[in-house]
Ligand binder design. Structure first.
Ligand code: DGJ
Length: 745
């Protein structure tokens, strides 16, 4: 296992996967194979396909077969016989973009180095034996510039990560106009491209399309990874479904502008590239300087989309998320946003907290509106001191009262923003991102602070630190509610304006880094108008994220289903909210709202004091139930079964505990069907030889029966005994399966 180098060829492999590339005759790197594990051999030359083709341009005189238009490459560039879009481009003093990086040397080591001293988010290892890293240095001697390409393969995970560093050792100032994190050349185009697309309130819906000749891409140019497109694409074989078939998944560990692209050329090869979006990027690589790209995570699975997702889930849960919250279940919280919006005072918050505590909630989160004069969204962002009119005892007094009740206390911030009506803006109007002499656009009446400035980060660190130190705070919700426009920084030279978006996000990471270091006990939840920046870069700092402002249980089926394509349940903020729902006005049963929210972090976002005693009873039971099951749900294996993107009536998913002794099946009816068809749901992931009791259904079946025959879903009655699945709109059921004692050996 690990990485072998023989006959100029690198073979990265573990039990299940192989990745092979070679040093070509022109001393650049040529791609040979990525997929299911194959036996190592001393020589993989047979995989290198060169061909004499009519009308191509070739690298060597007298050799009509060596053309980069045809040969698969590792990290190509445009300009020397390759006419597709490359992975990088460097503009030189004389205006040329032609480069020639050739192999210089390489090292192979156990473990995985950090990126930028750990500030740049990346997956990691805890023990060096978990992964092997190959570092290859290539050099363009005319430019005296190095390109350092890094590949890490995990031993027990079907994961390869990649990143690239450019080092300018020369005398010339270079300009990076494209610096993507990876390229994989596939030798055919018979794949479907899967992406997660959406908008505010309907984030990460699954979309697929067949590859065709030309460029197909998704990207963001908003200064955030975005709700519109997630920095993820997968290529799946045409017959791949949730449970079977080949799929390659690519996810950029980055929270700002990205590009994920597949270019199919005239020989029907498909070039996949991913990295920082070149559209909003240009980097001055001055002499002596270096530039580090973000990391891309590549997952190969033969076990369908669920197989791919499970590899991402465990990697992110165990080796991306850090700190004490990585290994602990999520606290059950209540958030006051949809209950009060800006309209609250200390008494109201305490009343809610008392009731929440009585029902079993563990954490009270005070959302927007507690600072400055924040009675609406026109004012006070930047002024991070408590509004004593609303909270006469400040945050420290309120947090004390709440913790005295036996609850933990959490607080909302939106550090990256400022309102013009604020003390901060009065003092530092120059701190916002704006283009000189141009109109500035607002989003929700707010402006973006220039995170390329150290003084901005220092100000925010100090003011947040003061509150966090003085109060009893164990959770912070870090929100971000608008994208960047009129991109320009007064802090950067005119040549550096193309660096703004990347420097901005490095500033965000820097502030996260300082706060998480100083307050390691605090659980950070990231948020960006819901799921507008839900990506692995954020997960590195904030173990959970608010996946959408849409809290309607039926809309959530799609959002949670899509988000689970890459991100683990434990990272997915999910709340039960009031009806009629505030986003779509829909009325759904309280048990269905709970049944959807269980498959996530779980919490409430409603005025708990305004509920009926019956509703409070249901909530009390939901919380007791979640406390019993959350370890299994949040650390178990998640399977998608019936997709809301294929079906207009039923949706199903399930979690199997690590030891396969317990499983939870969630089944959700969207619209009821009169006289419905016969429905049978086959379960997955169980132990075929265990006998499982189907709790509350008076039935014991073998795992192999449940996985091959399944469960019939025509006449199942859910907990309330009133709504039958299939007979009522928005009804749902959670089926609990428990392995019998005699199987538990
Ligand atoms: C947007 C978030 O997504 C909401 O949950 C809430 O925190 C509001 N911002 C507060 O302004």
């Amino acid at each position: 296992m690990g990485i072998k180098f023989e006959n100029n060829t690198f073979h990265l492999f573990n039990q299940n996967i192989s990745y092979i590339f070679t040093i070509l005759k022109n001393n650049q790197l040529g791609h040979l194979y990525y997929g299911k594990r194959i036996t190592h051999r001393a020589n993989f030359d047979y995989m290198l396909v060169t061909n004499s083709k009519p009308n191509t341009v070739c690298s060597f005189e007298g050799d009509g077969a060596f053309s980069l238009e045809y040969i698969k490459q590792e990290y190509p560039t445009y300009g020397s016989t390759d006419f597709s879009e490359g992975a990088y481009q460097i503009k030189q003093d004389n205006g040329s973009i032609v480069t020639n990086f050739i192999y210089k040397n390489h090292t192979i080591m156990q473990g995985k180095p950090k990126l930028m001293d750990g500030i740049m988010p990346a997956t990691y290892v805890e023990d060096e034996s978990e992964a092997t890293t190959l570092t290859i240095t290539l050099e363009d001697d005319l430019l005296d510039c190095l390109m350092v390409m890094r590949y890490t393969i995990y031993e027990d995970r079907d994961v390869i990560t990649r990143d690239v560093k450019f080092i300018n050792k020369g005398v010339e100032n270079l300009v990076l106009t494209r610096a993507l994190s990876c390229c994989v050349d596939f030798d055919h185009k018979d794949y479907e491209l899967l992406q997660l697309s959406g908008a505010w309130s309907r984030e990460r819906h699954i979309k697929t399309r067949k590859l065709v000749e030309g460029i197909q891409s998704i990207s963001s140019s908003r200064g955030a990874s975005s709700a519109q497109q997630n920095p993820f694409i997968a290529l799946k074989a045409l017959n791949t479904d949730e449970h079977r078939g080949e799929v390659y998944g690519f996810n950029l560990v980055y929270s700002s502008d990205f590009l994920a692209q597949v270019e199919v050329n005239h020989y029907e090869t498909a070039r996949l590239t991913m990295g920082i979006n070149p559209f909003t990027f240009e980097w001055q690589l001055k002499k002596g300087e270096e530039f580090q790209t973000p990391e891309v995570v590549m997952v190969y699975s033969q076990n369908g989309l669920n197989g791919m997702s499970q590899v991402f889930h465990s990697l992110y849960r165990e080796r991306l998320v850090r700190g004490k919250w990585r290994d602990e279940s999520c606290p059950i919280l209540i958030n006051n946003w949809e209950a009060t919006y800006f309209d609250f005072n200390e008494d109201k918050i305490i009343d809610m907290a008392i009731e929440a505590k009585r029902l079993g909630v563990e954490l009270f989160v005070l959302d927007d509106g507690w600072f400055g004069k924040r009675n609406n969204d026109c004012t006070s962002l930047g002024d991070w001191y408590p509004d004593l009119n609303k909270l006469p005892n400040g945050i420290s007094g309120l947090s004390k009262k709440i913790t005295d009740l036996g609850l933990k206390f959490g607080l909302w911030f939106e550090p990256e923003m400022v309102n013009k009506i604020s003390d901060l803006y009065k003092k530092h109007p120059e701190w916002i991102i704006k283009t000189p002499n141009r109109k500035i656009s607002h989003g929700r009446n707010q402006y973006v602070l220039d995170f390329t400035r150290n003084e901005v980060i220092d100000y925010l660190f100090n003011i947040m630190r003061k509150i966090l130190k003085k109060s009893e705070i164990s959770y912070v919700k870090w929100d971000m509610n608008r994208n960047i426009t009129e991109p320009y920084s007064l802090n950067l030279s005119k040549e550096q304006q193309g660096e703004l978006m990347h420097r901005y996000i490095l500033g965000v990471y820097q502030l996260y880094h300082r706060l998480t270091k100083e307050f390691p006990h605090i659980l950070f939840e990231s948020c960006a108008s819901g799921g507008g920046r839900f990506d692995p870069g954020m997960l590195y700092y904030a173990p959970q994220g608010w996946i959408s402002d849409d809290t309607d249980a039926i809309e959530r089926l799609k959002i949670q289903y899509g988000t689970s394509m890459i991100y683990p349940l434990k990272s997915m903020g999910s709340h039960v909210s009031a009806v009629p729902n505030h986003q779509v006005n829909r009325i759904t049963p309280l048990d269905t709202r709970g049944n959807v929210a269980y498959f996530g972090t779980f919490g409430y976002e409603l005025d708990i004091t305004a509920l009926s005693e019956d509703e409070k009873d249901i909530i009390k039971k939901q919380i007791e139930f979640m406390k019993q099951i959350r370890k299994d749900i949040q650390f178990g294996t998640f399977y998608r079964l019936l997709s809301p993107f294929n079906s207009t009536d039923k949706v199903a998913w399930m979690v199997v505990s690590k030891d396969q002794k317990t499983a939870f099946l969630g089944v959700y009816q969207i619209l009821a069907k009169p006289n419905p068809k016969y429905d049978r749901i086959k379960l997955v992931g169980l132990n075929p030889n265990y006998q499982y009791e189907i709790v509350r259904k008076n039935l014991v079946l073998y795992g192999n029966e449940l996985m091959n025959y399944g469960i019939i879903y025509n006449n199942c009655v859910n907990e309330s005994k009133e709504r039958k699945i299939g007979v009522s709109d928005f009804s749902s059921d959670i089926v609990i399966l428990k392995a019998l004692e005699r199987c538990k050996r």
